[in-house]
Structure formats: C-alpha cells, structure tokens
Design a binder for this molecule. Structure first.
Ligand SMILES: NC(=O)c1ccc[n+]([C@@H]2O[C@H](COP(=O)([O-])OP(=O)(O)OC[C@H]3O[C@@H](n4cnc5c(N)ncnc54)[C@H](O)[C@@H]3O)[C@@H](O)[C@H]2O)c1
Length: 349
C-alpha cells in the first residue's frame, strides 16, 4: 500500500484525496490542517487529523501532498523530504528562485522527489493547441495568446493576501507559463516583458500580461484578469498559413482555418470590407479558405495521478521536474522585475 498524507485539507486537499482513492494500492491515511473544521472533515473521511506538522511527519508515508496557501510550500516540502517522504506540491511550487534552490538541494540530499501539480498540461484545450501547432497545418507560428479571464473581480481569502503568496501571477500565471514552456521544451526564453496590475484587489495583482519571446521567434503572451465582463478567446494562435482560435477549456469551441494555395495580396480584393475602406484587411474569398477539423482529445483527467503512481512505484520519473519548475520561477521573477521597471528583461531562461 502506498501511504499518503495531505497537508492543507481545503479545496485542493479534497481534490487529491479523490484522485488517490481511484487507486487500489494507495491510501490517504492522514492530514494536517491548522483549521479545526478541516481536521474534522479529514477525520470524517477516515483519516488521522493533525493540528501540527511535527506529529504529521511522524507518520510513515511515501508521499506528502502539500495543498496549503503558497507561502508554506517550501518549508513544508523541505521538512517532509527530510523526514523521508516524497513530495507532491501544489502550484506555485514556491515563492522565489532562492526558495526553490533550497528545495532542490534537499531533494538531492535526501533522494526524495519533489514534484509540482502542473496538471494543466493535460487540459484538452492545451493539447489541441499543441497538436495543431505541431501538425504544421497553420504554418510557422509567430504569436500565441493564452488567456484566462473571470468576472468575480476581487480575489478572495488568502489569494488577496501578499504574505500568503496571493495574486494571479502565482495562481493562474504559473499554469499558463508552464503550458508555454512545455509546448516548446527545446526553446529558451530570450526576454520577458510584463505588465502586472492591481485593479480591484489592492494588495495583489489581479490583471496581468506577460510576454515571453522564445529562441524560435515565437512571442507567447499570457494574460489573466479577474474582472472582464466580455469574452475573449482562451487561445489565439497566428501562423503564416492559418489561424487557430479556442474559446474555452473544452478544446472543441472555436476553430482553425488555413489558406488554400498562396496567400492573396490585397491587390486581388474588390469591394468593401466590414472594417470600412481597406484592401489590406478585406476578407478572403471563401474558395481560398480551408476549414480545419480540430483534433479530438481523449479524456486525461487521471493522467497526472497515473504518472505520479508510476513514479511512486519507481517505474518512472515524476512528470514535472525541478529543472522545469526552476525555469518557470525564473520567468515569474523576471515578469515582476519587468513590470516594476517597465523594461524588457533580456535573459536566457
Ligand atoms: N493545480 C491547480 O489547479 C490548483 C487549483 C487551486 C488551487 N491550487 C493550489 O492549491 C493550494 C491550496 O489552494 P486551495 O484553493 O485548496 O486553498 P484552500 O484555502 O481551499 O485550502 C487551504 C487549506 O490549507 C489550510 N492551511 C492554511 N494555512 C495552513 C498552514 N500553515 N498549515 C497547514 N494548513 C494550513 C487551510 O485551513 C485550508 O484548509 C494553493 O497553493 C493553490 O495555489 C492549485
């Protein structure tokens, strides 16, 4: 039996319990949470519930799953590895590159793995984008827009608190950055430019744009906002033969199209456009357009945990590596620096 303990039995703690339950040879035996009400929930779910880390760490566990607010991730991960447990940590892994370097050092010293829950690598929309780009059907990609917009405005709870690691760059930003980095694993980020704002939640960022320029010439822009009452697509990809747009997370809403034959210059256009007088921006005649079928993606909602299961059995390495997380954290830091200075940060990451 693979014995597991959860630190922080809130929303994501409960999520991981449900995943672990799907495996016959896994058991979540205990939880540590500072809130009485959450300990009660853990006890109701048949787990031993602790109100302090020390007692929790006395349990013999193969894996500690860390699901607390962000500022506790590094210290709990270090303590868990030092007491002989592998670690699955929620994102964001840590709050800084410095913290992560210490976590990696302890992982190497103890021989315990430290991995991060970047499960959005398995989201269907992301896999559609990846497959369409890799198919070459829309040609050479120049720009990728990846966006998540909400309507609720103000961040709530610890997410509104800077001490707890609140703010949207640590929250959604790390998922979107991770997706871009895994889309082009061989490429370096050559520069970062960011605009990070607090619009409705005073102490933390709730609207940001981060542009990463990659060594293959692609510019990837990730954009998150908590208050947008009109819709923009989740993904928009410009290729030199076609275009991809995905509206949401399903990966089925939206469309892709490519040009038939050669790109038509504006000299070939007659008549008016919906944008007023312009030949450059006039629509193509339908016979020059080819609609592309979006690839159908299989359900991979268990894929992350399946891979983790194999890693715990020693059959595979954890999917999300410390090297990948280090790059991600360096980009987060470059983004904060860029926004603070209003400068492009030129660094190979
Ligand atoms: N991977 C994802 O898609 C995803 C989605 C949501 C949240 N998250 C991450 O999961 C983590 C938890 O987020 P959440 O939405 O579940 O938050 P939450 O507020 O629902 O749960 C946090 C839990 O931690 C407990 N806690 C707080 N301080 C603690 C401490 N010092 N020691 C022990 N327990 C403590 C709280 O009582 C609460 O039960 C965050 O790091 C967040 O970024 C990841």
């Amino acid at each position: 039996m693979i014995r597991i303990g959860i630190i922080g039995f809130g929303y994501m703690g409960a999520f991981h319990l449900e995943k672990a339950k799907r495996f016959d040879d896994m058991q979540v035996v205990c939880a540590f949470d500072t809130a009485e009400e959450k300990r009660q929930k853990a006890a109701e779910a048949g787990m031993r519930a602790y109100d302090n880390l020390e007692d929790f760490l006395k349990e013999e566990l193969e894996l500690a799953v860390i699901c607390t607010p962000n500022q506790w991730h590094a210290q709990y991960a270090i303590a868990a590895m030092k007491s002989g447990k592998h670690v699955l940590c929620e994102k964001p892994a840590v709050m800084s590159v410095k913290e992560l370097e210490e976590v990696i050092r302890v992982s190497e010293e103890t021989g315990k793995f430290y991995t991060v829950h970047q499960q959005r690598r398995f989201d269907p929309d992301y896999r559609v984008v990846r497959d369409v780009i890799r198919s070459g059907e829309i040609g050479r990609v120049s720009t990728i827009e990846s966006r998540v917009l909400g309507e609720r405005g103000v961040c709530f709870g610890w997410r509104a608190d800077p001490e707890s690691g609140g703010g949207m760059l640590y929250d959604w930003g790390v998922h979107l950055i991770d997706q871009i980095l895994t889309l082009y694993p061989e490429e370096k980020v050559t520069s970062v430019y960011a605009r990070i704002l607090s619009v409705l939640t005073p102490a933390v960022d709730d609207l940001f744009e981060v542009t990463m320029n990659l060594s293959n010439g692609v510019a990837a822009r990730v954009n998150v906002g908590t208050f947008a009452l009109q819709k923009l697509p989740r993904w928009f990809v410009f290729g030199d033969r076609g275009t991809l747009k995905l509206d949401d997370f399903t990966g089925t809403a939206g469309g892709a199209a490519r040009i038939r034959g050669e790109v038509q210059g504006f000299d070939s256009v007659l008549g008016k456009t919906s944008l007023g007088p312009s030949r450059t921006m006039a629509p193509l005649k339908p016979e020059f357009l080819e609609k592309l079928e979006l690839p159908e993606e299989e359900d991979m909602t268990m894929a992350y945990w399946q891979q983790l299961h194999e890693a715990l059995l020693g059959k595979e390495k954890p999917l999300v590596t410390t090297g990948q997380i280090l790059r991600q954290m360096k980009i987060v830091e470059a983004a904060f620096e860029s926004s603070r200075k209003n400068e492009v940060i030129k660094k190979e990451i």
